[in-house]
Design a protein around this ligand. Structure first.
Ligand code: CP3
Length: 355
């Protein structure tokens, strides 16, 4: 394994001193880049792109060629896990993800089993190995998975949802059935992330996009507890290097205080909580990642630069900040605008660090 040439991202996650604030962007490989759309066209569709390690590697590298980013993220999706359980993931243009076999009865949930992760998701681990080879130690590679609750919403609703009627009814009427679903997905996800780490992922992020749609007690019982189980089962050190774990619960707000106790190294923060407040919630327990509103990228480079300045100032001085958006970059963004953001982080962040 080659020596890592740029480890500011990993050091910031462990709250160690760094000379500047590292930056990466959720969904940095994606449709806002014309070169991504080109390769996706070549692959045929999104899942064929995910299943082709060479092309998945190519789109992972694309944003790194354009911008001075401090981490790469595996190109894949959180819904590969239920696909491996036999639900039949496919994407319908304009409608997002769908399952051929959603789990819409108590029996269907009770019959779910942990799949053969090594075999069914081998294409993901092959992509991780291919990307590590291609990166050649330039920056670390982030592996990822969805939280059991977030993945569970797609499994029981059958696709994207705004209100989550089915899974919320389960939480109230059959909590033991929802516990079972959370346990099966958590167990599968633990194996999945450990296999990504084994294949070469140097940090992992759990995307809990929808957990905060639950009320506090249900959030803790279903979403947070199942993420806790995953964290407890993860490989935390490999080849003498610590493997940091980031939890991103969108809209967590004051729940960040609870999440800081899960044993993760860092918490993602969306733009509805400012970083100064988030820092008060978590104290010195964990690093923070975020949190510029992705909508800011539609504004002029000057406005973007000011947004970066405000975000850095909100976190303030000292280690433990990883710059990111508060959620993924959207397909309508001008690629030049992301360049303005990344350059501004490089120029404006050194004043917040002593190292
Ligand atoms: O960040 C990255 O660059 C890594 C790749 C990544 C993708 N999806 C690629 C993708 C990651 C980390 C994800 C996570 C993901 N997937 C989440 C959680 C994070 C979040 O953004 O909240 C969720 C909820 C999903 C499920 C999912 N996958 C949806 C709802 C969609 C459709 C979105 C849409 O706008 O059509 C996807 C498809 C998807 N995953 C795309 C990409 C680049 C777009 C597919 C395309 O090329 O058409």
């Amino acid at each position: 394994m080659s020596e890592l040439k740029n480890d500011v991202f990993l050091r910031a996650l462990m709250r160690q001193p760094v000379p500047r604030t590292p930056v990466w962007i959720m969904r940095q490989a994606g449709r806002y880049l014309p070169e991504y759309r080109e390769v996706r066209g070549q692959a045929g569709d999104f899942m064929s792109l995910c299943r082709n390690p060479e092309l998945a590697c190519e789109v992972t590298m694309q944003p790194l060629r354009r911008y001075k980013l401090d981490a790469a993220i595996l190109f894949s999706d959180i819904l590969t896990v239920p696909d491996a359980m036999g639900l039949g993931l496919h994407f319908i243009a304009g409608e997002g993800p769908k399952f051929k076999e959603p789990v819409q009865s108590v029996d269907a949930i009770r019959n779910l089993r942990v799949p053969d992760v090594e075999k069914k998701l081998d294409y993901v681990f092959e992509a991780v190995r291919t990307i590590r080879r291609e990166l050649n130690g330039e920056v670390p590679l982030i592996g990822f998975a969805g939280s059991p609750f977030t993945v569970g919403t797609y499994m029981v609703e059958g696709g994207s949802s705004r209100e989550f009627p089915t899974i919320k009814a389960l939480a109230k009427e059959s909590p033991d059935v929802l516990d079972h679903l959370m346990n099966i997905v958590a167990e599968t996800t633990t194996e999945y992330l450990n296999a990504q780490i084994e294949a070469g992922a140097q940090a992992v992020q759990i995307f809990d996009t929808w957990g905060a749609a639950l009320e506090g007690d249900d959030f803790r019982r279903f979403s947070m507890a199942s993420m806790q189980k995953i964290i407890d089962g993860l490989t935390r050190e490999k080849d003498g290097q610590k493997i940091p774990v980031i939890v991103f619960t969108k809209g967590a707000g004051p729940l960040l205080t609870d999440l800081a106790e899960t044993g993760c190294d860092a918490l993602g923060v969306d733009w509805t909580t400012d970083l100064a407040t988030a820092r008060e919630y978590v104290g010195d327990k964990v690093a923070l990642q975020g949190n510029l509103d992705p909508a800011t990228l539609r504004e002029s480079p000057e406005v973007i630069r000011q947004g970066v300045a405000d975000t850095l100032a909100s976190y303030g001085k000292g280690p433990g900040h990883v710059f990111n958006l508060g959620h993924g970059i959207t397909p309508d963004i001008d690629p030049e605008h992301l360049g303005a953001l990344v350059d501004a982080v490089h120029e404006l962040s050194p004043q917040y660090h002593d190292a």
